[in-house]
Design a binder for this molecule. Structure first.
Ligand SMILES: NC(=O)c1ccc[n+]([C@@H]2O[C@H](COP(=O)([O-])OP(=O)(O)OC[C@H]3O[C@@H](n4cnc5c(N)ncnc54)[C@H](O)[C@@H]3O)[C@@H](O)[C@H]2O)c1
Length: 492
């Protein structure tokens, strides 16, 4: 098939490269000339394992091309996939009540619609971007009809949500667990069925709104599991002697969560979302949960569960701040190594990263931050405004620090030589926001503070009235985070 893909971000470019590897002729389009030139040279504009090999393969075979010119990319094309961004409008995905910005989607639909007029053949448009229920019909279909002067039926329409995860996007795309085909009619759905013929998995054919909702349901479930784990971590932190890791282990052993198959206990991947940490971030989960809440508000359906998920998530970076502040007495004038700035390990995506919330809150408190991430380049850090704070190596980030805070579960932090690294710190305090060093033997001098463990810290600093002290310090830390977020929002 000849496929046009509009948008060459994580979804569009991975989709394009993978579909070309399966024999389709793929033409990718992006408005960014810089991005297009980079891709033409066989370079991915972001870190994604395996992507550059596929790009070079596709470009060399002639099956993959990239352009800024949509009309050229649509000549003789059977199918257009829209994979443009749908970011939260206010750009602060952790704040409640935010809806997606549909302007990129509307522009892409309009441009495709104009081309439909002259295409002279039946063509299907499929939305891969994540959109709230009703958007594909109310926005995309309407814009396509207005721009083309045609009616649905003269062209086809689908909603085909994407489930890939950054960091394993190529692997996920090539080995899908499901391909959900939301179809306006059977003829439209047949085109997607053809497109995905090389992939062996369940391909439910559903209504367009059901496809839109399936994507949100999937991300909402993951966010619920993460916030559940973090709330439990908070309860463990307030319980002397309790450790969230032990409690979670007991939970995992439920055979409904980890069944024994032929004598071997299976640990399904979903358990990785049942882990305490610093909260979720990235370009999808916070934005999608908020979008679903907005949809609920508009539809008159309360979403107290999702509201609580976001509240728990927003409070999580404050927990790390509280630990740092309590361990050091004050943050003013202290040097803090922030290990990890991307929203999770294995990606260089800094969008809505909880590590960045922690970084800004530390700086607001007068701390000097030395940040490092094994996957994030100095240029990407600079683009995110981290210039002064960013260091090129783990060693230089930790050197002279009063404390190090681990914010992503990158294996480089687990495998580091902490005896050597901690000897270069002013005080060897390690705050483990992802619990990655739990099973690592650390030098005896290191003061190690994991997430979700007992009340040792509060007891150390607060004396008799630990409960009041803990609550007050945490509220204080939360206030700093909230005001930092509001300042960022105002600046945006
Ligand atoms: N990133 C993920 O892991 C992921 C996973 C599943 C679904 N999604 C969803 O997929 C969509 C895309 O996400 P992403 O992370 O790939 O976005 P992105 O922001 O990384 O990329 C979007 C690209 O579209 C381009 N673009 C915008 N308007 C255009 C136009 N009119 N014509 C051509 N190009 C245009 C931009 O220049 C940009 O390169 C979003 O709705 C997102 O929620 C993302």
């Amino acid at each position: 098939m000849i496929v046009t893909i509009v948008g060459t971000g994580y979804v569009g470019l991975v989709t394009g490269a993978c579909l070309a590897s399966q024999g389709h002729t793929v033409r990718c389009v992006d408005v960014s000339e810089e991005r297009v030139n980079l891709i033409r040279a066989g370079q991915a504009p972001f870190y994604e394992p395996g992507l550059e090999d596929l790009l070079r393969e596709g470009l060399a075979s002639g099956r993959l091309s990239v352009t800024t010119n949509l009309p050229t990319a649509m000549e003789g094309s059977d199918l257009s996939l829209i994979a443009v961004g749908t970011p939260s409008k206010a750009g602060q995905a952790n704040l409640p009540g935010l809806e997606p910005d549909l302007s990129y989607l509307e522009t892409a639909a309009h441009q495709i619609g104009v081309e439909l007029r002259t295409l002279g053949r039946y063509h299907v448009v499929a939305v891969k971007s994540t959109v709230i229920p009703g958007t594909t019909r109310r926005v995309v279909q309407k814009v396509l009809e207005a721009a083309s002067g045609m009616q649905l039926g003269e062209f086809g329409l689908c909603m085909n949500p994407e489930f890939l995860r950054e960091g394993t996007a190529v692997e996920d795309f090539l080995n899908p667990d499901r391909i959900v085909i939301g179809q306006a009619d059977a003829r439209s759905g047949d085109f997607l069925d053809d497109l995905y013929r090389p992939f062996d998995c369940e391909k439910p054919r559903v209504g367009i709104e059901e496809a839109e909702l399936t994507k949100y349901a999937s991300n909402a479930l993951l966010s619920v599991l993460i916030s559940f784990s973090n709330e439990l971590a908070g309860l463990c932190e307030a319980t002397p002697g309790a450790d969230v890791e032990t409690v979670m282990e007991g939970l995992y052993l439920d055979r409904r969560l980890s069944p024994t198959v032929q004598g071997v206990r299976i640990r399904p991947e979903i358990l990785s979302y049942l882990r305490a940490g610093i909260g979720f971030g990235g370009s999808c989960l916070p934005k999608d949960v908020n979008a679903l809440r907005v949809y609920g508000q508009r539809s008159g359906v309360p979403t107290p569960l999702l509201d609580a998920v976001m509240a728990t998530n927003a409070a999580r970076p404050a927990q790390v701040l509280w630990i740092a502040q309590t361990a050091l007495g004050t943050l003013a004038g202290k040097t803090i190594a922030l290990l990890g700035v991307a929203f999770k390990a294995g990606t260089d995506d800094l969008r809505s990263s909880p590590a960045l919330s922690i970084l800004r809150a530390l700086e607001t408190r007068g701390a000097r931050v030395q940040a490092f991430d094994p996957v994030v380049s100095a240029e990407a850090a600079e683009r995110a405004g981290l210039n002064g704070a960013y260091r090129q190596t783990l060693e230089s980030a930790v050197e002279g620090a009063d404390a190090a805070v681990i914010t992503t579960a990158d294996p480089a932090f687990r495998n580091a030589d902490w005896a050597r690294l901690s000897s270069g710190m002013r005080t060897p305090i390690l705050i483990d926001g992802r619990n990655v060093l739990r099973h690592v033997t650390l030098p005896a001098l290191v003061r190690y503070y994991p997430i979700g463990k007992g009340a040792r810290l509060a007891d150390e600093r607060c004396g008799a009235d630990t409960r009041v002290c803990r609550v007050e310090t945490r509220l204080d830390a939360f206030r700093v985070l909230t005001s930092t977020a509001e300042t960022a929002k105002a600046a945006h």
